[in-house]
Design a binder for this molecule. Structure first.
Ligand SMILES: [Zn+2]
Length: 368
């Protein structure tokens, strides 16, 4: 098997046997949308990375970057992976000494919740003024299988549909995985920062809809959270290239909702279970969350409430292994004794790390 294939796997399965009506099942997969399988090195970051002074003097030869996607971070989109700053093969480290990256990752991945959002169209934007050097279009959108990954590697089309923009003084940005047929520029096109280059897609070597942004100076990868430096690792002086403060947010919500069957990662990336109404005859009512960047030892708490406001489920579990993407869900079967009655059902979820609540979400669903 191709070891670079990001295979889904279930690493935790729990069934609360003492409570036959209510069940709790947690599962996670390895990395999705990445270029390799998850590995056990995804671990808690070392405590208290040394804060580094940031230079304030702006160098006019260095591009000041906007985010390459038309969305509000941490509301409509999120950063899934940062640049790998660990030079060792088989090791990975992001700029904040965390592991929300993967080995040899040369850019920053801006993700959207699912393929429904992708179908609606989320624009990819030029991060700075420049001239388009190269483009590619015509590559299909799909969550790449192992065979498809081998194929794009052989054809060197890992980036899928995308473009490279020259910003002068040796600086370039590259945009990857755009939607098939969406590329809106050609070699030679002059672009302004914020111009639409195309749409977020799922082409090339990827398994979730996102735009990958690579920044290079004289051909060398630059981490835009750190700036141009020869230093590797995470304990280095940072001169971020962004035009706004971007929080380091290695854990967060991708999407949450309700379903009547256990959700799979394929279901969630495909955008299924977006209903706002379910039938009272459904076999079960399941409240699910899709989260990125969970760490071993994180505590997740699920609560569910029926239409009378009664809390019928309150479960806390500890995350047993780190995972870059994670699905947790709880639910209730529809039985004669305890039916899924019409009305508004509600779910609450918290992911805690120590005393800090990292993810908090509440959703409700109408049952008719
Ligand atoms: Zn990437």
């Amino acid at each position: 098997m191709n070891r670079n294939y990001c295979q889904s796997r279930s690493i935790a399965l729990r069934l609360a046997g003492k409570v036959p009506i209510v069940f709790l099942i947690l599962s996670s997969i390895a990395l999705t949308g990445c270029d390799r399988r998850d590995r056990s090195t995804l671990a808690s970051p070392p405590p208290n990375p040394t804060p580094q002074a940031q230079k304030t003097a702006a160098d006019p030869t260095i591009p000041n970057l906007g985010i390459p996607i038309d969305c509000e971070l941490d509301r409509d989109c999120y950063i899934m992976h940062y640049v790998d700053r660990d030079p060792d093969p088989n090791e990975e480290l992001d700029f904040n000494c965390g592991r929300q990256t993967y080995d040899t990752h040369k850019g920053t991945d801006f993700g959207i919740p699912d393929e429904r959002a992708m179908a609606e169209g989320v624009a990819v934007l030029a991060a700075a003024d420049g001239t388009v050097l190269r483009v590619r279009d015509g590559q299909p959108d799909r969550r790449a299988t192992a065979d498809q990954i081998e194929e794009v590697e052989a054809q060197q089309t890992e980036c899928g549909n995308g473009m490279v923009i020259d910003h002068g003084n040796g600086w370039e940005t590259q945009y990857c995985h755009l939607r098939n047929g969406s590329v809106a520029v050609q070699p030679g096109t002059q672009v302004k920062k914020g111009d639409v280059l195309g749409l977020v897609g799922l082409s090339g070597k990827t398994q979730f809809p996102h735009v990958h942004l690579s920044v290079r100076h004289n051909g060398e990868v630059v981490d835009p959270f750190v700036g141009d430096t020869q230093e590797s690792g995470c304990q280095v002086t940072r001169n971020p290239m962004w035009d706004r403060p971007l929080a380091y947010d290695p854990t967060g919500l991708i999407r949450a909702g309700f379903s009547t069957v256990q959700p799979t990662f394929d279901d969630l990336w495909a955008g299924r279970f977006a209903e706002t109404e379910l039938s009272k005859d459904s076999p079960a009512l399941i409240f699910w969350v899709h989260v990125y960047g969970v760490l071993k030892g994180d505590i997740q708490r699920f609560r569910m409430f029926d239409p009378t406001g009664r809390e019928f489920l309150n479960q806390e579990t500890e995350v047993e292994a780190p995972s870059r993407t994670w699905v947790g869900f709880v639910g209730k079967r529809n039985t004669a004794d305890q039916p899924i009655i019409p009305g508004t059902w509600r779910g609450e979820y918290q992911l805690k790390r120590g005393d800090e609540v990292i993810v908090e979400v509440e959703r409700s669903i109408e049952v008719k």
